[in-house]
Design a protein around this ligand. Sequence first.
Ligand code: C5P
Length: 230
Amino acid sequence: MTQSNIIVALDYPDSNAALHMADQLDPARCRLKIGKELFTRSGPDIVKMLQQKGFDIFLDLKYHDIPNTVAKACAAAADLGVWMMNVHTLGGPAMMSAAREAIGSQHDAPLLIGVTLLTSMDQQTFEAIGLQGTIQETVLRLAVMAADNGLDGVVCSAHETSMLKAELGSQFQLVTPGIRPAGSAKGDQHRIMTPAQAIQAGSHYLVIGRPITASVDPMQKLIEIESELA
Ligand code: C5P
């Protein structure tokens, strides 16, 4: 297993495109994230194919359902041998603890991560769905709930990591998207940090998509990011 803290987001519509990108990367130097689009089209087969190439897989399906259903889905993901998976913390304490119980806590169990509030949620949407207070307070409350119910960490903005680390300690894993090396296009991300800034602020894992996958030489870009971190 690699020690890399870089997770490359394989946001592709089919397995050919995902495999083509994976072939340009080194499993000793990054892990891969499979999300809803790729998984819905290519299913467990793409997970297995990428694992056979030596990659650790973060299965980013953000499960959110009744506790029994989420527990069964998590057990199925664990059977695929993924390295990390996630659930939506808004599913509540019983759902999160059912997920934990379903995959166990042995050292080889997948890392179980919670999504707090999606970064696409602005204050207006937050209020429209009936949530109260501030987005930041809510992220903190949901992250504390995740920790209390056995999750290993949360997905969060790099701008939230120092608050979460102060509250939850340095063992609670913070997985941060919205990473842009200096000079990369922001794309649709708003609150960005460079890889070094994010690690400095307390991120354990960096989810990086387009800065690597849209680069003319993805492996070279990965090496540049590694050296920025070193
Ligand atoms: O290409 P880019 O680096 O923006 O990709 C970031 C990845 O992280 C995408 O797969 C995106 O769906 C995911 N993500 C995110 N913000 C979140 C949660 C996940 O950008 N809050």
